[in-house]
Design a protein around this ligand. Structure first.
Ligand code: NAD
Ligand code: UDP
Length: 311
């Protein structure tokens, strides 16, 4: 039995990861400050004697003995990470320093939840890990993008300088149950709007693209990455290469929900990337033929059912 710390464990992805790690027979410590996460995401795990919940903020040091650390703590929705941009940077930078310092002291393996946002508004398509990105360092997304880029640098340098056993994954847009209904990300927004027969809010002309990954596929990828041998440090893209415009996404959700919603167009937020699609050849190679199994329609049906019960 491994003892595993999951920071951001009460969030959307973290809650699925905690559940899966417990199912696999591990002891799990879930750390969260509940900024965007919620106890309701992990309430069903609380009676499990191998599950522990800690209210803590990773911008402050934290001491514990564990075998592995999954560092997921960080708001991920543009609405939430822009609410307090300085805190977002502190979470990525000071939080990573605290968790890397912990990993160094206790010789734990540590995985960083990085993001496709390190590629910014990419001029190479699809994006391989070798692409350095096109990020505006002073734009409204920079607190998140540059914070995550700095975190990658910290991980790489703790590895080079202190032999910390690191794993960096660049996660592409992920969705599924346990997303907050007011999360602000496109899939939760469109589903909640469709279920309530309210207008679907497309930002810009809706021709921008994203590649959407169902959360179970991501969790499988994260665990496989943690289990690679120490020579595999990443970064490794984890995402589903299926690419859709926001208009296609809206139409799919309208048809799957049978909604009467109309579509309304709003201004495109600053620096909103025009296209995004992962090159997952490296993930397939180093993660034992990992491949996303759940296509957009299957994943949307599961997510729509979740939101039907939630709202
Ligand atoms: P989320 O907002 O649901 O979860 C983040 C969790 O971290 C929340 O529970 C929040 O309360 C907690 N948190 C935030 N700041 C904290 C702090 N300072 N100390 C302790 N806890 C803190 O978002 P998510 O979608 O589950 O994302 C999880 C991780 O994956 C994030 O690091 C995010 O950047 C990364 N990621 C997610 C996506 C995606 O599409 N969902 C894509 C790329 C990367
Ligand atoms: N978006 C949209 N309507 C919404 C929310 C988002 O059209 O109600 C767009 C947003 O402008 C972006 C895409 O959907 O082009 C994905 O946005 P999200 O916030 O989910 O993720 P990110 O931009 O970080 O990839």
């Amino acid at each position: 039995m491994k003892k595993i710390l999951v920071t951001g464990g009460a969030g959307f992805i973290g809650s699925h990861l905690c559940e899966r790690l417990l199912k696999d027979g591990n002891e799990v410590i879930c750390l969260d400050n509940y900024f965007t996460g919620s106890k309701s995401n992990i309430i069903h795990l609380i009676d499990n004697p191998y599950f522990e919940l800690v209210r803590h903020d990773i911008t402050m040091p934290f001491f514990i003995e564990v075998d592995e650390i999954y560092n997921l703590a960080c708001p991920a929705s543009p609405v939430h990470y822009q609410y307090n941009p300085i805190k977002t940077i502190k979470t990525s930078v000071m939080g990573s320093i605290n968790m890397l310092g912990l990993a160094k002291r206790i010789k734990a393996k540590i995985l960083q939840a990085s993001t496709s946002e390190v590629y910014g508004d990419p001029d190479i398509h699809p994006q391989p890990e070798t692409y350095w990105g096109n990020v505006n360092p002073i734009g409204s997304r920079s607190c998140y993008d540059e914070g995550k880029r700095c975190a990658e640098s910290l991980f790489v340098n703790y590895h080079k300088q202190n032999n910390v056993r690191i794993k960096i994954v660049r996660i592409f847009n992920t969705y599924g149950p346990n997303m907050h209904p007011n999360d602000g990300r496109v899939i939760s927004n469109f589903i909640v709007q469709a279920l309530q027969n309210k207008p679907i809010t497309i930002y810009g002309d809706g021709t921008q693209t994203r590649s959407f990954q169902y959360v179970d596929d991501l969790v499988e990828g994260l665990i496989r990455m943690m289990n690679t041998d120490d020579s595999v440090t990443g970064p490794v893209n984890i995402g589903n290469p299926g690419e859709f415009t926001m208009i296609e996404l809206a139409e799919k959700i309208l048809s799957l929900t049978g909604s009467k919603s109309t579509i309304e167009y709003y201004p495109l937020p600053e620096d909103d990337p025009t296209q995004r699609k992962p090159d997952i050849s490296l993930a397939k190679k180093v993660l034992d033929n990992w491949n996303p199994e759940i296509d957009l329609e299957q994943g949307l049906i599961k997510t729509i059912n979740y939101f039907k019960n939630k709202i």
